[in-house]
Ligand binder design. Structure first.
Ligand SMILES: [Zn+2]
Length: 390
């Protein structure tokens, strides 16, 4: 049986290593590899390499594919001294990443050389400039901006609503965005789905969105879930930890699924929907206000609920509703102002009117009521296709 030292030597013989001076030169050239910090949270808090992303060693294999879907991307892994990163480099190579190296001497040597590093507490000079118009607002300020950078928002759908919502949340500096979408970019999407472009036709929407968002703001990490949200995967995706869900789903099964999952996991949902010239937006805060089932106990019959694909939608409408969703999500994170909890906002673009309807929490609601009758995931497709339950 090998000792730790023998094992480490064996692993180091199988991987590539890179010196701090080489990495520094690359950073200064602007041709930077993805820097991946695999240390523990408390080590990360004390400082890390500029623009590095952080995945503790113990979560590396489970999270890396969502975080870095492109396996040909050049990655430099580092830890405190170069041992954990060597094992991590071996693991990534085994997962099919083909351009991975480990930083010799790790963060300790980097710091000892006097090279620049960032500390997560307190904004960097670049961040103070980038977010200066937020920092000027008393309701945000530097502490609020830090809170946004530490926050995590899950977007259901990278379509009409998810496009503006994800772009504004990213621009605002929400530090982690998760995006769930199984579709690829189609040319009929581009009339409204502004996170995608002609250049990304045919690409998975989550990857197209990830690329646009990361180009907009390198402070933002995007977790790409290239899958349709289902009863089978929802708990795994929610286990990655989210402060707010922005629901831009275009179908009823997903909306009911998101609702039930959010009530059971106690995560606020910013809901939006659009049809032709009309949009709706509201906030469902579990146990504080109503949920989606309090508002709509049963889905409409399919013939009365055409999707955008069937009914059409004015291209700018999701821009307006998705931006309102982003605004509500930011306020939920900041704890500022009054949200749309218990209020359904209706927008009519054709006549340019906003209306508001009060929505109450229903004590007989089957999911969030006093005596819930639905306590586990159901078959949502069947539920929404079935006879109308009134
Ligand atoms: Zn309810």
């Amino acid at each position: 049986m090998a000792t730790y030292r023998e094992l480490l030597a064996q692993v180091k013989a199988e991987i590539d290593e890179v010196s701090p001076s080489e990495v520094l030169a690359r950073l200064e050239d602007g041709d930077r590899p993805l820097l991946l910090d695999v240390r523990e949270q408390d080590e990360w808090q004390e400082g890390h390499l500029p623009h590095a992303i952080h995945v503790p060693r113990g979560n590396l294999e489970s999270r890396i594919e969502a975080l870095v879907p492109d396996k040909s991307r050049e990655i430099v892994i580092y830890c405190a001294a170069g041992a954990r990163s060597a094992f991590a480099a071996k693991s990534l190579a085994d997962l099919g990443y083909d351009d991975v190296s480990s930083l010799i001497g790790g963060f300790t040597d980097w710091k000892r050389n006097g090279y620049v590093f960032e500390t997560p507490r307190g904004l960097t000079t670049e961040q103070r400039a980038r977010y200066s118009r937020h920092i000027l607002i008393p309701e945000v300020g530097e502490a609020g901006q830090q809170r946004l950078l530490d926050s995590r928002v899950l977007l259901i759908g990278a379509g009409g609503l998810g496009s503006p919502a994800s772009l504004y949340l990213a621009a605002a500096g929400v530090g982690t965005l998760g995006i769930v979408d199984a579709d690829v970019v189609d040319d009929s999407n581009l009339q409204r789905q502004i996170v995608h472009s002609t250049n990304t036709l045919g690409e998975p929407k989550v990857l197209s969105a990830k690329r646009t968002i990361e180009a907009l703001n390198p402070d933002v990490q995007v977790l790409a879930y290239q899958e349709r949200l289902t009863s089978e995967n929802v708990e795994r995706i929610l286990a990655d930890g989210w402060d707010v869900i922005v629901d831009g789903a275009d179908n009823f099964p997903t909306r009911y699924l998101v609702n039930d999952a959010s009530v059971w996991n106690d995560i606020p949902v910013v809901h939006g929907s659009i049809y032709r010239f009309e949009g709706q937006v509201t906030v469902f805060r579990p146990h504080v206000g109503p949920c989606y089932r309090c508002l709509y106990p049963a889905p409409p019959p399919p013939e009365l609920a055409p999707s955008c694909a069937e009914g059409g939608v004015l291209g700018v409408l999701p821009g307006i509703i998705g931006s309102l969703q982003a605004s509500e999500a930011l306020k939920l994170i900041l704890g500022a102002g009054d949200t749309l909890t218990g209020r359904l906002l209706l927008f009519d673009a054709l006549h340019t009117t906003f209306d508001e309807v009060a929505v109450k929490k229903d004590p007989t609601c089957p999911v969030c009521g006093d005596a819930p009758t639905i306590t586990e995931y159901v078959d949502y497709v069947e539920f929404c296709a079935g006879p109308v339950h009134v």
